[in-house]
Design a binder for this molecule. Structure first.
Ligand SMILES: [Fe+2]
Length: 256
């Protein structure tokens, strides 16, 4: 499996607290059959859940080195799970122009140096409010699409308004967004309504890829169990592979 959403980069958000935790989680991931991981700490503007890209890159390089020394072969990449913000299109355009890293990291300040797209490509992992619909989400994401980005909407099954209306994201998909389900929802991690919603979205062919959204050392990957359930729901092992491996790989390679 290729995991495009998790909180294993240490010390940035409510995920891993230390390199030790991160290595423990990476070992679990490798054992479960994960080969590649995009580390996607939360980015929530105006809160403590953000960090500049220089800091995140340093943490990534250090984690890669420590993982290598520990004999862990999982490949690691950087991204962010970005909480939707009307300023996002402007921020990401500026970021793209700055080509990810500022010319002089020490002179870098401000929001444009705080966002990471998925492996610095065109896919952008975006989180929406869980309880109340953000009426401007469509236009914000449309602005991203117009600028050449592909918004990846994180865990659509968890939003109450999508649980009430599993076709809620159809217009978003037509406009150019893709949906990333949290596969652990299929085995009940987020309750019955999330499970039912994800199942419906999968059967309707709305889901582009599945990811773990792992936060804690106590979280389990449960990939074997999930894959079985997924194949049962889709009645197609090849399609399951597409959601767990092929499409996540497209994200890493920034392919359409
Ligand atoms: Fe997440």
């Amino acid at each position: 499996m290729i995991d495009v959403h998790c909180h294993i980069l240490p010390g940035i958000d409510d995920g891993s607290k230390s390199f030790e935790d991160s290595l423990y989680m990476l070992r679990k991931a490798e054992k479960a059959g994960v080969t590649d991981i995009i580390l996607t700490p939360h980015y929530i503007s105006g809160t403590k859940y953000n960090a500049d890209n220089v800091t995140k890159w340093k943490l990534l390089m250090e984690l890669r080195e420590k993982a290598k020394q520990a004999g862990i072969a999982v490949r690691l990449y950087l991204g962010n799970e970005i909480y939707i913000d009307q300023e996002l299109p402007e921020m990401l355009s500026a970021y793209e122009n700055a080509q990810v890293m500022p010319a002089n990291p020490h002179a870098a300040s401000g929001k444009i140096y705080e966002l990471s797209t998925l492996n610095s490509g065109k896919y952008v992992l975006v989180e929406l409010p869980v309880g109340t619909e953000d009426k401007s989400a469509y236009s914000t994401l449309f602005s991203l699409v117009q600028r050449g980005f592909i918004p990846v909407i994180a865990h659509p099954e968890r939003y109450i308004y999508a649980q009430n209306n599993p076709r809620y994201f159809d217009d978003f998909i037509r406009m150019g967004c893709v949906l990333q389900g949290d596969y652990l929802a299929l085995i009940g991690k987020y309750g019955k309504r999330a499970e039912k919603t994800l199942r419906k979205m999968l059967v309707d062919g709305k889901i582009f890829c599945l990811a773990s959204d792992i936060h804690k050392t106590t979280d389990e990957y449960m990939l074997d169990m999930t894959e079985k359930k997924l194949v049962h729901i889709l009645k197609d092992a090849r399609k399951a592979e597409e959601l767990l491996v092929d499409n996540p790989r497209k994200i890493i390679l920034s392919m359409v």
